[in-house]
Write a protein that binds this ligand. Structure first.
Ligand code: ADP
Ligand code: MG
Ligand code: MG
Length: 254
C-alpha cells in the first residue's frame, strides 16, 4: 500500500496585482485503492491543487508538504513524479504534432517504468485497452491529441492511465464535456484501473454526475482554497440536492 499525503499546503501565484494565495492550508491523505472526490464551486482552487501535485511551475508552494510514502514530491521534477507513480493528466500537452499515439505511449511507458515494455505484450495491451475504451484502432497512428474531440482526449487520458498503471491518479474535471456514453466508458476505465492496479484516485469535479459511475470513498468540499467539509459518498448526494450555496454563503458572510 502507498500513501499520498498533503499537509497544510499553502500555494500562491503571481498575478498582476502581486502574490495571491490560492490554497490556504489543505490537508488530505489518500491511500492506494481509495477514491477521493474533491468537489467545489468554480474558482475554489481545485485545479490549483491538481497543478501543484503535477508540479506546474506557476504555482508556488509557500508552506506545507506533499509526500508519497514519505518521499518529498515537491522536490521531484515532473518526470520524477511520473516515475514515482503519480499520474497527472495535466503534464501531457494538449497536442503533440509529429508524434504518433503509438510512439508517445511506448516512449512514456518506457520512461515511467525505466525499461521498455516487451513488444509482444505491449501491442496486445494497447489494443485491448483501446478496444475497452472504444477508441478507434486508427487512432494509434494519429498524432497525440491532434484534432481529437474533447471526448476523444479524455478517453486517451484514461488509456494512459490503464497502460501506465500509476499508484495515484489526479483527474481534474475529466467528466466535463462528456456525453453520458463517453462518461460511462471513461468511468469504467478508471474503475478498472482501481480494480486491477489498486490505484488511488483524486477525482476533481464540479458536478455529482460522474460519482454515479465512480463511487467515492471520501468526498471533500473545497471552498476558497480550503476543505470546508468532508464526508462519505452521502455528502455528494447532499450536494446534488443542495448545491454549493450553503458553503458559498458562509464564505460571503465571513
Ligand atoms: P477551480 O479549479 O476550483 O475552478 P482554480 O484553481 O482554477 O479553481 O482557481 C482558483 C483561484 O485562483 C481563482 O480565484 C482563480 O481566478 C485564481 N487563478 C487560478 N489560476 C490563475 C492564474 N493563472 N492567474 C490568475 N488567477 C488565477
Ligand atoms: Mg478547475
Ligand atoms: Mg480560492
Amino acid at each position: 500500500m502507498s500513501t499520498l499525503e498533503i499537509k497544510d499546503l499553502h500555494v500562491s501565484i503571481e498575478t498582476e496585482q502581486g502574490e495571491k494565495e490560492i490554497l490556504k492550508g489543505v490537508s488530505l491523505t489518500i491511500k492506494t485503492g481509495e477514491t477521493h472526490a474533491i468537489m467545489g464551486p468554480n474558482g475554489s482552487g481545485k485545479s490549483t491543487l491538481a497543478a501543484t501535485i503535477a508540479g506546474h511551475p506557476r504555482y508556488n508552494v509557500t508552506s506545507g508538504s506533499i509526500t508519497l510514502d514519505g518521499d518529498d514530491v515537491l522536490e521531484m521534477s515532473v518526470d520524477e513524479r511520473a516515475r514515482a507513480g503519480l499520474f497527472l493528466a495535466m503534464q501531457y500537452p494538449v497536442e503533440i504534432p509529429g508524434v504518433s499515439m503509438t510512439n508517445f505511449l511506448r516512449t512514456a511507458k518506457t520512461a515511467i517504468d525505466g525499461v521498455a515494455p516487451s513488444l509482444r505484450h505491449w501491442t496486445k495491451d494497447v489494443k485491448a485497452a483501446m478496444s475497452e475504451l472504444k477508441i478507434d484502432p486508427e487512432f494509434a497512428a494519429r498524432n497525440v491529441n491532434e484534432g481529437f474531440s474533447g471526448g476523444e482526449k479524455k478517453r486517451v487520458e484514461i488509456l494512459q492511465l490503464e497502460l501506465f498503471k500509476p499508484k495515484f491518479a489526479v483527474l481534474d474535471e475529466t467528466d466535463s464535456g462528456l456525453d453520458v456514453d463517453a462518461l460511462k466508458v471513461v468511468s469504467e476505465g478508471v474503475n478498472r484501473a482501481k480494480e486491477n492496479n489498486n490505484m488511488g484516485t483524486l477525482l476533481i469535479t464540479h458536478y455529482t454526475r460522474i460519482l454515479r459511475y465512480i463511487k467515492p470513498d471520501f468526498v471533500h468540499v473545497f471552498v476558497d482554497g480550503q476543505i470546508a467539509e468532508q464526508g462519505g459518498a452521502e455528502l455528494a448526494d447532499r450536494l446534488e440536492d443542495e448545491g454549493y450555496d450553503r458553503f458559498v454563503n458562509i464564505d460571503a458572510k465571513a
